[in-house]
Design a protein around this ligand. Structure first.
Ligand SMILES: [Zn+2]
Length: 464
């Protein structure tokens, strides 16, 4: 037995276990990367307490499973609040940003990934996927995977791609697209180098052509074949708004869900971002096949895409997780804040009973785990991965919310985490990152964000 890490005296321990138990004065015993025991502090086995290397007291905190982010574009933290893209819908928004993103460098990918992860970790996230689909100026997915490993976050790196440029009828400019053969070759290389299929894996690779309007039919189909051959998941954007549906009907003569089905893009190893406009037949198909959805309420509101039918999806058995989406379409990547917006947006669309606070938290934990194809995260129980976060509810933002501290997490202002444990290691303590110096990271990020913007404004004079 290695030295144990014990968390105890949490005001409430939210387990998300099969019985959805919430335990007053809760405690958790962590042994290496795994949870060994969870229950009431009074019932802590003395033998385990005696073997503790560290005991952390969590009076006044809610302790819960780490939140799981199922959709992001971390490089976009360099292009927040860009004036030309502030008030546009999806297709115009993309067109305004593609030229900026074409100037990204490997250093920018690294620093933006670390910065986005720091933000996520401080908001309660312990596992994230990231969908990177442009590789200009020598950038590679390896840059983001290596950056992630310095942060200690559990990471599903999605190898995105775009292969249909403007001259071929797609949306992105030709300079940011790759050809199908090199995308598939690089995908295979990345899986062989980085993908860990094992329990408690910190790194997985996902194949993720960007969207039906930026890649070929053949690349969608061949990516699915390769993913199944290698046992990795598939991810893309689907049915995001009305224009997206119109494009699908015009180019392919079918709905996005029908297109996905035809190309092998349904099943428990597939998840699609947004699905705001998934129709009834699409919802039934996803439910039947266990195809997952990454719900991104802030992004959907910012781009005025609409209200995704999350209640109908869940009733049909569709696995639903939460995604903050890229920082250019949701400029505030706060996972607990995203759960709050999921609850509020569901109510705007479908009434006050459409989503409870606990349901929002379940989507943000268990839901995300299911969507990513994992049964080792999302709940606090023996033999689950030791990914836990604690929020201190003794501040002014939660004053008076003593009736129900768990619901307060979602109803009140989104708190930052006080403590975060990922794979058994303390990564945030006292509200601060333990292993990473934030100030120099942010300084680098500021410099690079300006460089990127200037490079795009003066493309012929910039060095890159
Ligand atoms: Zn996205």
């Amino acid at each position: 037995m290695s030295q144990l890490l014990i968390l105890r005296h949490a005001e409430v321990l939210v387990t998300m276990d099969a019985a959805r138990r919430e335990i007053a004065d809760g405690a958790v015993v962590i042994d290496g990367p795994a949870i060994r025991w969870a229950g009431a502090s009074a019932d802590l086995p003395p033998k385990l307490l005696a073997a503790a290397g560290e005991v952390i007291d969590l009076h006044g905190h809610v302790l819960m499973p780490g939140l799981v982010n199922t959709h992001h574009h971390m490089y976009q933290s360099l292009t927040r609040v860009v004036p030309a893209a502030q008030d546009a819908e999806l297709f115009d928004w993309l067109t305004n940003l593609y030229l900026l993103w074409a100037r990204l460098t490997p250093e920018m990918i690294r620093v933006s990934t670390q910065t986005a992860m720091a933000e996520l970790m401080l908001s309660g996230c312990t596992t994230s996927s990231d969908h990177l689909y442009l590789f200009p100026n020598g950038s590679r997915l390896d840059d983001s995977i290596e950056a992630a490993s310095t942060m200690g976050m559990r990471f599903h790196a999605a190898r995105g791609s775009m292969s249909v440029g403007r001259s071929a009828g797609g949306l992105p400019p030709d300079e940011v697209v790759e050809d199908d053969a090199s995308i598939l070759r690089d995908s295979e290389r990345l899986i062989d180098r980085w993908h860990n299929p094992g329990r408690f894996a910190m790194q997985r690779v996902v194949l993720a052509p960007c969207s039906p309007f930026s890649v070929s039919r053949e690349l969608m189909r061949d990516s699915a074949v390769l993913a199944r051959e290698k046992g990795v998941s598939l991810h893309t954007h689907l049915a995001e708004n009305d224009k997206d549906i119109a494009y699908s009907r015009e180019k392919f003569g079918m709905t996005p869900a029908e297109y996905a089905q035809e190309l092998g893009w349904v099943g428990p190893d597939v998840w699609h971002a947004h699905c705001v406009k998934l129709d009834e037949a699409g919802i039934a198909l996803f439910g039947r096949t266990g195809t997952g959805v990454a719900h991104c309420p802030c992004s959907n509101m910012r781009l005025a895409s609409g209200i995704a039918p999350i209640g109908a999806m869940r009733r049909a058995g569709v696995p639903v997780g939460l995604g903050v989406d890229g920082s250019a379409s949701n400029d505030g990547a706060h996972m607990l804040g995203e759960a709050r917006q999921a609850m509020l947006l569901a109510r705007v669309g479908h009434g006050p009973a459409a989503m409870t606070a606990r349901e929002a938290l379940e989507i943000a934990t268990l839901g995300g785990a299911k969507v990513l194809g994992r049964d080792d995260i999302g709940a606090i129980a023996p033999n689950m991965a030791a990914d836990l976060v604690a929020f201190d509810l003794r501040g002014v933002g939660h004053a008076g919310a003593w009736h129900d501290p768990v619901a307060a997490l979602v109803f009140c202002q989104p708190a930052s985490v006080s403590l975060s444990v990922i794979n058994g290691r303390v990564r945030v303590k006292g509200g601060e990152l333990v292993d990473v110096e934030l100030a120099p990271l942010l300084q680098d990020h500021r410099r690079l964000a300006r460089t990127l913007f200037e490079a795009a404004r003066h493309p012929h004079t910039a060095g890159a």
